[in-house]
Each structure stands twice: as structure tokens, then as C-alpha cells.
Ligand binder design. Sequence first.
Ligand code: SF4
Length: 299
Amino acid sequence: MPMRDYLNCELCPRRCGVDRSVKKGFCGQTDALRIARAGLHLWEEPCISGIRGSGTVFFSGCTLRCCFCQNYEISQENKGYNISVDELADIFLDLQEQGAHNLNLVSPTQFVPSMIKALDIAKPRLKIPVVCNCGGYERVETVKMLDGYVNIWLPDLKYFSPEASKRYSLAEDYFEVASRAVKQMQKQVGKPVFGEDGLLKKGVLMRHLLLPTLRHDSAEVIRFLGESFDPDDILLSVMSQYTPMNRAKDYPEINRRISTFEYNYVLGEAEKYGFEGYSQERDSANGCYVPPFEGEKIP
Ligand code: SF4
């Protein structure tokens, strides 16, 4: 029996309105729940990865179409395998059994109704926080569907300019939509709360992946955050790990790593607003996180 939300799908801002029991939407997914990978992941921010790792589940498909996506085989080429809701619940519990500090659900928007069912099944035995790791391009209505299910929102607020979001992710309305969504996320989970183990249990960890040549756009994103939130409302993670992948070579201006000058410029903007958070080693091949911003302190 197909789930109601998939029959006239408007789960994300694309609002395709397609019947996913017979047809794929923009995200490339039918109503068949599909994931590509599940396992412990050590390369998120330290308050998420901890020492044992974050229990990550990568969902197939995506509602964005980023030309530089490093997971493009999963997000754009449909890599993955179909599973049932019961199997997804088992995966959640198995990750917990393996020692995961949290469940880390990567790009799940196109499968939110199935994910909610799986969380309902796992709930009586699930003790670890649930992280929603997404591109920020969410409808407020869909964020609300996850109220009470998601403890930690981990959105990447990518762009301010509609020209940039259209050119690189085929989403001209990105900032208009994402700026509303991230406010709703913060409203639902409140200020960051850490456990005695130093790991995040609740809150919004706002990411921003800096792209080459777009430092002024990044500054606008940071300004929006500074004007919308108090410094202790969210954590901020300014990411330097951009590597031109997928179709980035077709866009000469972003077909390179970011420079130290660009990164330091954006870090400087972030520091102005007093957010606590994370930066990344510029010379680190694996993009290790370096908590916290200079002069700031993670609890
Ligand atoms: S989740 Fe997929 S099918 Fe549904 S509105 Fe978004 S892109 Fe379209």
C-alpha cells in the first residue's frame, strides 16, 4: 500500500505533484525506499562523530542537483538498493548496537514518510539522538513532520544568491526556501545541548560549505545567520573541504579548491557574530575539523 504523501508528492520545494507509485520525481526516486550505504562514520564534526562514529545512513536521490556533489553516484545516479521500512528500522538499531553515538540520516527528504515509520518502529529501543543531515532545501511543512523525531538538525546552508543556487544546484529559490526552513529547525529543537560525553544531543549545527569565488555570497549567508539567531542559538561549522567533483569541471570558476584567503575571509565574517562552532584544517587532506573558532569555546 503506497504511503499517501508519495501519491501526489510535495515533500520538498520542487513540489512535483507526481504519483511516485508509478513515476519518479525530480529527486529521481519512486516510492520504493532506497539507501546506498549504512555504517559508522568518523568524519563529521567532533560533537557528532565522537570517538566511535556517527551511525550514518545515505538515502538515494536528492532534491538538489549540485554540480559539485561528492556523493553524486548516490544523489544523482540512483546508486543504492531498495529496502523495506522494517529493514530500515533494523539498520537503525544495528548502528546503535555497533556503538554509534547517533543516527545520521543523510539527504532523507524524499523518503521522510518512510523514515518516520522506521523511526516509529525503532523508537522503543532507540536510545541515541537522531540527526537530520540535509542540504537545507526543505519545506517548512516537511520540517514540521519531523518534529519530535529529529533531535539534531545538520543543514548545509549553501547560497544566498539565486543566480548561484540556480547555476550550481538548479534551485533558484534556494535561499528563500532554506532561510525559512532553518528558522523552523531551530524553533523545533532549540539551543544546542551537550551531554556529559561532550557530544551534541540536541540543537542545530549549521554548516556552510564555502565555494571558490563565492566568498561574498558566503558573507551574506553568515550575515543572515547573525541577524536571525543569537550567538548561542546555533552552532556554526564553516567547511573548507570543497573539492571539484562530478560536473564541477564544466564550471571553470569553481573548478578548484578554495584558497586560504577565501576561507579566512569567511571565518572572519563568522567570528564577527560570535557563533561557537567549527572550522577545518586548510591543509588537511581529509578536511579534519578543528574546534572551535579562535577565541571561542565549545562546552
Ligand atoms: S521529494 Fe522528489 S518527487 Fe517529491 S516533490 Fe521533491 S523532488 Fe518531487
